[in-house]
Design a protein around this ligand. Structure first.
Ligand code: MSP
Length: 510
């Protein structure tokens, strides 16, 4: 049994969660569930990033204190994740006392190790990014990501001496070719480092909504420097060394492509400066796009956006389609690593084709035919069935895909198995044949392959898998006892009562 620690970025609480943030969270959730299924001791962390100028400004615009604003918005994230059936083991908020403690200890360590110095900083700041720009990075004087006027800022800052880590980072990249995936993103981080690293300012005096610098109370830490450390707070850095040793550095950070620099350059360097190993694995995914543009909070104010953000909230989509179809769409439609289009038509198509027609029909049809031809009791599967070989092969392929952070592929191969079961039934046409051993063998094998499908989809669609499990007469939950034991052909008892129930995914017309 291994150990598996997976994290999402912690999300800004300037607004509610949307399908973009749900994409990362659902993928991390399914991967965490997969690792629990294969028996790994698993820790899945998500949470909220609550400091910084942007949050303070948003709170003020709403006439609220930053604390009461962040309390209210963090709760919206927790609610959305519960709606999407997210199985996080912990929810970290950067305003929690445990985080203040870890940030203080971690950054003091870097200070004591001699990698933080004081200097004056002048620069052009984008509040949207919470980051500085140089004049040549701007487009018409505005931030390229937010199309927002930048502010000239001058402050006495503490600087992290990132420039001292250029060589060590390059060595680390060299020695750990798999640490940043996919390779294209690794190369992007690598060329950033090769372009030369400048020291970065890590404190602010201009705002107070942040974590105070332990050695100089006029300053608070810059929001990104506080945020990255959340991954250590949650495993007790500075408070519980045994727990840290248990989970670090073999962590998996799942992040969006716009925050590579922070996770693949700053963060490893900060870890080195504090005297700990950098994170073992950062997996960088692409964006969900709507009409070619990144799905984001700013769409809410965009008159030209092809879809209203309020029509595609996690809540409204779950209400329309059900939780598992939304999870399935997020996992299946856009592989981790590339951009993908998000649309209501896209969900509807996937729903009708993959869920209603393929999986839903198979479950219903098998129950009906077993009812009429095999007395409603599960027949024994055939040891020589072609489906046995296909199912075994699918397990190997799905396992490989999920372990490579490719849920999309894991589901694709699983749906090929569903297709093979449907095709085998179409060929044998057991509904036309007389009851008897031949029909029982066909139905028993199809049912056994469906049982294996059910185990394989449990990480993606836990509720659906549990319902099918019950309908095919099995006790407990798919995955109880672990993947390995559950996917053995012929390992389930026969003669189980099979029930039909309502359609799992009634076809949608819209
Ligand atoms: N608070 C920082 C992260 C700090 S981590 C130490 C932040 N927050 S954010 O709220 O802007 O969330 C960014 C993350 O949300 C992305 O990295 C990505 O994981 C997810 N996504 C937000 N919009 C997305 C899409 N349109 N598509 C895919 N993922 C998206 O940055």
């Amino acid at each position: 049994m291994g150990r598996f620690y997976i994290t999402t970025p912690i999300y800004y609480v300037n607004d509610a969660p949307h399908m973009g943030t749900s994409y990362t969270t659902v993928n991390a959730d399914a991967i965490a569930r997969w690792h629990r299924l294969i028996g790994d001791e698993t820790k899945f962390l998500t949470g909220t990033d609550e400091h910084g100028m942007k949050i303070a400004e948003t709170a003020e615009q709403h006439g609220m204190s930053p604390q009461s604003w962040t309390d209210a918005t963090a709760a919206r994230f927790e609610d959305a994740w519960s709606t999407l059936n997210i199985s996080n083991d912990d929810f970290i908020r950067t305003t929690q006392a445990r985080h203040y403690e870890t940030v203080g200890t971690f950054l003091t360590k870097i200070y004591e190790n001699g990698f933080i110095r004081k200097d004056t900083y002048r620069g052009l700041y984008c509040v949207g990014c919470e980051d500085y720009y140089t004049a040549d990075q701007l487009i018409d004087g505005k931030c390229p990501s937010h199309n927002r006027v930048v502010e000239e800022m001058e402050e006495d800052n503490y600087f992290f001496e990132l420039s001292k880590f250029e060589d060590r980072l390059l060595e680390w990249f060299e020695a750990n070719p798999q640490a940043i995936q996919p390779a294209s993103k690794r190369n992007e981080a690598l060329s950033f480092i090769k372009g030369g690293l400048k020291d970065v300012s890590i404190t602010r005096t201009s705002i107070s909504w942040g974590i105070p610098v332990p050695w100089d109370s006029d300053h608070v830490f810059y929001v990104w420097y506080d945020a990255l450390i959340n991954y250590l707070t949650a495993i007790g850095y500075g408070r519980d060394e045994a727990e840290v040793a248990k989970w670090w550095p073999s962590v998996h950070h799942l992040i969006g492509k716009e925050i590579i620099r922070f996770h693949c350059v700053w963060w490893p360097a900060m870890c080195m400066a504090a005297g700990i190993d950098p994170p073992a694995h950062v997996f960088v995914h692409g964006w969900l796009l709507v009409g070619g543009k990144k799905l984001s909070k700013s769409m809410a104010n965009d008159e030209t956006a092809p879809v209203k953000l309020t029509d595609i909230t996690p809540d409204s989509l779950v209400e329309q389609f059900g939780v598992d179809p939304v999870r399935y769409y997020l996992l299946r439609n856009t592989p981790l690593g590339t951009d993908g289009d998000f649309s209501i038509e896209g969900i509807t198509d996937r729903y009708n084709a993959d869920l209603a027609n393929n999986l839903g029909n198979l479950v219903a049809r098998l129950a009906t035919v077993i009812g009429s031809k095999s007395g409603g009791l599960s027949p024994a599967p055939d040891e020589d069935s072609e489906l046995k070989g296909i199912a075994n092969e699918t397990v190997v392929q799905a396992r490989d895909a999920w372990e490579r952070f490719a849920p999309q592929e894991g589901l694709e191969v699983t749906w090929r198995l569903i297709g093979a079961i449907n095709a085998a039934l179409e060929v044998a046409e057991p509904w036309k044949a007389d009851p008897g051993p031949q029909v029982d063998a066909v139905l028993g094998s199809a049912l056994e392959a469906l049982r294996i499908v059910t185990v394989l989809i449990t990480a993606a669609m836990p509720d659906t898998a549990a319902i099918i499990w019950e309908r095919i007469g099995l006790a407990g939950l798919p995955g109880d006892g672990g993947l390995e034991a559950q996917v053995v052909w012929g390992s389930a008892p026969t003669g189980r009562p099979i029930s039909k129930g309502d359609p799992l995914f009634p076809r949608r017309k819209d």
